[in-house]
Design a protein around this ligand. Structure first.
Ligand SMILES: [Cu+2]
Length: 70
């Protein structure tokens, strides 16, 4: 069963940033879908909670230079 989470991500300014975030999150094990909006500053993630670790997903975004506020 999949879980969804919505993260507030600061620092995305264009479609390139969205792609950057999408790429980082998609590379995390257990992630099945990612939607990023730089206009809203939101990233919607669908993942398998048995496989994915939310802290690692957040870290993947931060490692690309963005700020995850929640
Ligand atoms: Cu950008």
């Amino acid at each position: 069963m999949m879980t969804t989470v919505q993260l507030k991500v600061q620092g995305m300014k264009c479609g390139g940033c969205e792609s950057n975030v999408r790429e980082a999150v998609t590379a995390c094990p257990g992630v099945t879908a990612v939607k990023a909006s730089h206009k809203e500053g939101l990233v919607d993630i669908e993942y398998d909670p048995d496989t994915a670790v939310l802290a690692e997903i957040r870290k993947a975004i931060v490692d690309r230079g963005f700020t995850v506020s929640d």
